[in-house]
Design a protein around this ligand. Structure first.
Ligand code: NI
Length: 204
């Protein structure tokens, strides 16, 4: 065998080992969490300073060590936000006592219209424990950036006011700040209840 052929074989073996290693690592990840999706919070989240629906300044420290369901949106949203917040509230109710460990949080991406007073009225429509966070434009920009949230104002000539195009996901965060699951708009309440209940059992 010439040297280039040996080199090719060695390269092939190395690639094979990498693929096998990745497969095993993937399996361990899915075994540990039971649902195959695990993204550490390393790239997601971080410190923030915002204002709650009672006008009090809060930071990420206020929610440290708690299970959290997090949703970013805006109160003027015609359809998606109310639907997703309702799903979150229903999931919490269906989880019963276990659901009481979870702090549901709605963070506004429209701080100019979503004042604390507006947020207070809005969150009360969905769940008695739903926290509504807003802040200055700068504070909201900062939290959007660290939580990788896309949200941008959209206006066309037919509109007297603006709307906000935004990403719509429900994030389940563990007390250790692990991003356990990202629920999409097409995930039904049953899926949220099932995954969350398993996660709570695995890490009470
Ligand atoms: Ni929305």
């Amino acid at each position: 065998m010439d040297k280039s052929r040996i080199r090719r074989i060695l390269l092939g073996l190395a690639i094979g080992a990498l693929i096998a290693g990745g497969f095993i690592a993937g399996q361990i990840l899915s075994d540990k969490n039971g649902n195959g999706i695990s993204i550490t919070a390393r790239d997601f989240g971080g410190p923030f300073t915002l204002v709650n629906q009672d006008g009090e300044t809060v930071t990420d420290k206020n929610y440290e060590g708690q299970w959290r369901m997090l949703y970013f949106g805006f109160t003027f949203c015609p359809a998606i936000c109310p639907t997703e917040l309702q799903k979150m509230a229903t999931a919490l109710e269906e989880l019963g006592e276990a659901g009481e460990q979870i702090t549901p949080i709605f963070i506004s991406v429209d701080p100019e219209r979503d004042t604390p007073a507006v947020m207070k009225q809005y969150v009360a429509l969905f769940h008695p424990r739903l926290v509504g966070l807003t802040g200055t434009v700068e504070q909201v920009e900062a939290v959007k950036k660290s939580y990788k949230i896309f949200a941008t104002k959209v206006k066309d000539e037919t509109m007297s006011d603006y709307t906000v195009d935004h990403s719509s996901f429900i994030y389940l965060l563990s007390p250790d700040n692990d991003l356990v699951r990202i629920f999409r708009t097409q995930d039904p309440v049953e899926e949220i209840v099932h995954v969350t209940s398993k996660a709570l059992q695995a890490m009470p």
